[in-house]
Design a protein. Structure first.
Lengths: 320, 272
């Protein structure tokens, strides 16, 4: 039986692999700098600060200034990783992201820490469940949400080498390893984690392992579910989505984001225009969350692995 | 109330806050201890508010802009009768209305949903402007952290308040010299705050933010300068009242272990 593939798996905080990778890159490339907003601790930049004190630029509690400073540093040839709690980075500095990063096409790496529901009981002001919608509406900024420690490291390596703006959506909620250690991130490419023929579950970030778990539960129930890890939300892997629509005939999306404008919407945009099939989008259903830990909230919003499996089974019934 | 009575209430609020942080395993205890005396003076001496009519249009308004210290506000509101005293034990629990940042939609007595720093003062300017437009006498109070003053939105509001001559608005800066990860002096130092506010056209007073007599005097309507918004720079200590937390940046949101809890509680009881 495969039903609980991650039952005893070790869980990792992806912030650790983010900073470890950043330090290795910064050692080799002196242009790499980190910019933050009194968030040295929450971004886990303490070691970076010790190793490269002059390259840790803490502007204080001032996110608009932080992103503007990042754009200026990029103009001066630096490769800024602008790190802050995702809600304040994206929500507070959205116009700086639009005008100074996207429109000005600057080489700024926006690192949203503790995104999604990670801040749990701190409440909706601290949840970042609108950021896919906000940032993917902007041209010129890649939007990427890695699923585990390994993909996080791969994404950071990719971002440092990539010429252009990007928003990297990290969490602090522990997740098991999913991808092979030698994984290389490619922008705009999904990874198929399990093959299947009855439907496809598309997820990213902290939802990906729950999707894999749901697929295992579905196997026990005689339903064959393909699982795609869709870290790259913009650009999105249209080919993988279209193959999923054609070959499996139904698509379920799961995201730690409002169902308005996020991953599910991005997938639906491709599906409706090219190959309509039944779809169901799981996420936060357009409300400010009640009080609870991140994992409890995901469960409450129908994204426990068995609930995802139930939604998938319902969806399969809707296939013509 | 006499300063002594107010001190007793503040001590009770600190103890209840400490217990709730310990039991919930989370909270922002440093900033809660630093703001408690200010909240106590406002709710039990200065402000006209009625727990039975929390939305009375003529009430005085308080905006706790440093929303991460919501617990201190919840305990104060419970002491004042806005929410049941035993509800404080639900702090941060699944489905509780008392999450880590205050919510006006759910919690009576809360005026606006804070949490992202730098929101309270612009809202306070709007409140004070509304009172002026209405010809009403109610006052607006906003409490910010000192690190919070690094947000540019505050300075936009500071300019507006002076331009609008909002002498019914009082900003209290909880000046504990520490922010989340470090001292202000090592991050982005705003000190001295008073001359900056004065340069923007505000009436400024500096006080010891743990001295009840000084707090009450600075907040009293007699000390308002006609035509000018008022800023009280309240010199405080993060972790005030608990020796090992006081002025120690590690206690921004650390949670005491059993032994630390006992010691902290003993110190507060001793001071009672
Ligand atoms: C816009 C925004 N940026 C960052 C944070 C994270 N944060 C919460 S508390 C805090 C430090 C606040 O320091 P200060 O204003 O001095 O408050 P106090 O010392 O009274 O706790 C920070 C950076 C936030 N809540 N909002
Ligand atoms: Mg402070």
């Amino acid at each position: 039986m495969m039903s609980t593939p991650f039952k005893d798996a070790k869980l990792h905080d992806c912030r650790v692999s983010f900073v470890e990778t950043l330090e290795v890159l910064a050692e080799a490339n002196t242009d790499i700098v980190a910019v933050c907003n009194d968030s040295v601790g929450s971004s886990k930049l303490g070691d970076f600060k010790e190793r490269f004190p002059e390259r840790l630029i803490n502007v204080g509690i001032a996110e608009q200034n932080m992103v503007g400073v990042g754009a200026g540093l990029a103009n001066g040839g630096k490769i800024p990783f602008v790190c802050a709690a995702a809600p304040f980075l994206t929500g507070r500095a959205l116009e700086q992201i639009k005008a100074d990063v996207a429109y000005s096409e600057t080489n700024v790496k926006l690192v949203g820490i503790s995104s999604g529901l990670a801040y749990g009981d701190l409440g909706p002001t601290h949840h970042s469940i609108e950021d896919f919608a906000w940032i993917r509406a902007l041209p010129n900024v890649a939007v990427v949400a890695p699923a585990d420690r390994i993909e996080t490291a791969a994404v950071i390596k990719w971002a440092a080498a990539y010429e252009g703006g990007c928003f990297l959506r990290l969490s602090r909620v522990g997740v098991p390893d999913l991808l092979p250690e030698d994984h290389v991130f490619e922008l705009g490419k999904a990874n198929q984690l399990r093959d299947g023929s009855d439907l496809t579950i598309i997820a990213n970030g902290v939802l990906t392992h729950r999707a894999v778990e749901a697929s295992a539960l579905l196997e026990d129930r005689g339903i064959s579910a393909r699982v795609l890890n869709m870290a790259s939300v913009r650009p999105i892997d249209e080919a993988a989505i279209l193959s999923a629509a054609r070959e499996t005939g139904a698509i379920l999306t799961c995201e730690e984001h409002t169902t308005f404008g996020g991953l599910g919407s991005a997938v639906a945009e491709v599906v409706v225009e090219s190959h309509p099939v039944p779809m169901k989008r799981l996420g936060v259903p357009g409300v400010f969350a009640h009080t609870g830990s991140a994992n409890a909230l995901l469960d409450d919003f129908g994204m426990a692995s068995d609930a995802i499996a139930d939604s998938a089974a319902e969806l399969v019934k809707r296939k013509a | 109330m006499t300063p002594d009575e107010l001190r007793k209430i503040a001590n009770r609020i600190r103890r209840r806050d400490l217990q709730a942080v310990y039991e919930a395993g989370a909270g922002h205890i440093g900033g809660e201890m630093s703001v408690t005396d200010l909240l106590t003076a406002l709710y039990f001496e200065i402000m006209s508010v009625d727990p039975d009519a929390p939305l009375d249009p003529k009430r005085d308004r308080l905006v706790l802009s440093k929303g991460h210290t919501a617990l201190a506000l919840y305990v104060t509101l419970s002491e004042k009768g806005f929410i049941p005293k035993d509800e404080v034990s639900t702090f941060l629990k699944h489905n509780s209305r008392l999450n880590g940042h205050p919510n006006r939609v759910k919690v009576p007595g809360v005026e606006t949903n804070t949490g992202p720093l730098g929101h309270g003062l612009p809202i306070g300017v709007g409140m004070a402007k509304a009172a002026k437009l209405n010809g009403d006498a109610w006052r607006t109070f906003v409490i910010t952290g000192d690190g919070e003053m690094q947000e540019g939105s505050n300075w936009e509001a500071i300019m507006a308040a002076a331009q609008f001559k909002l002498d019914n608005l009082t900003l209290i800066i909880d000046h504990n010299r520490l922010q989340q990860g470090a001292r202000l002096a090592d991050t982005n130092n705003l000190a001295p705050l008073a001359p900056k506010l004065e340069a923007f056209g505000w009436a400024v007073e500096e006080i010891d933010g743990h001295d009840m007599e000084q707090i009450c005097r600075a907040l009293s309507p007699e000390t308002v300068t006609t035509g000018k918004p008022k800023c009280i720079v309240a010199h405080t200590n993060k972790g005030q009242g608990i020796s090992f937390m006081s002025d120690n940046v590690a206690w921004h949101h650390k949670v005491p272990n059993d032994e630390q809890y006992k010691q902290a509680m003993a110190e507060l009881e001793e001071a009672e």
